[in-house]
Design a protein around this ligand. Sequence first.
Ligand code: UP5
Ligand code: MG
Length: 190
Amino acid sequence: LAEKKPTVVFVLGGPGSGKGTQCANIVEHFGYTHLSAGDLLREEIKSGSENGTMIQTMIKEGKIVPSEVTIKLLEKAILGIDNDKFLIDGFPRNEENRAAFEAVTKIEPELVLFFDCPEEEMERRLLCRNQGREDDNIETIRKRFKVFLDSSLPVVEYYAAKGKVKKIDASKPVQEVFAAVKTIFTPKDD
Ligand code: UP5
Ligand code: MG
């Protein structure tokens, strides 16, 4: 993977902040490939892999799956797709994820999109999503919020200190959020 040298944008934000929704829009307009770490983990459960049961238990508890599992899935996906621009959605989720990804892949993100959204709004969205996700119940949602605040926000702060974070108000309607996202990806002629 070190040889492929893809452009990577990390897409971070709390549970239900709209990462997946906005990534779909970015893919359509800017030619990136979308890799949701959560989707890759859920596919791994479905495929009946030996790690499946462990992953399922961790997701149900809102806990962060061990880095090596997630990083292997991301690496495999990046190598298997003929594109050099990737949106990595929902990863890295803690400092250890971040450091391990950098050490293993030697990839530094070009940019980090951070979807900022109040908890009440994220909770409302998750409770009416209705896609049968095992972690969309109020008990797990509260655990996910806590893990986000305790473990994931520090990763955003790490990249903010490096000047890499573009923070977006994600509480607005989808199209307004995307308008803000667009300005980040559209080259400015000055
Ligand atoms: N919606 C979206 N935008 C809206 C808007 N602007 N206005 C109104 N409604 C909006 O959106 C959520 C819902 O809100 C949808 O119904 C949508 O239509 C609506 P979505 O785009 O799906 O938000 P997203 O941020 O992607 O929410 P998601 O629930 O996927 O975020 P999580 O970060 O919780 O979930 P993820 O899949 O990334 O991770 C799940 C679990 O996997 C984690 O808790 C963890 O246990 C595990 N995991 C790891 O261990 N490691 C990883 O690296 C990744 C995941
Ligand atoms: Mg998502």
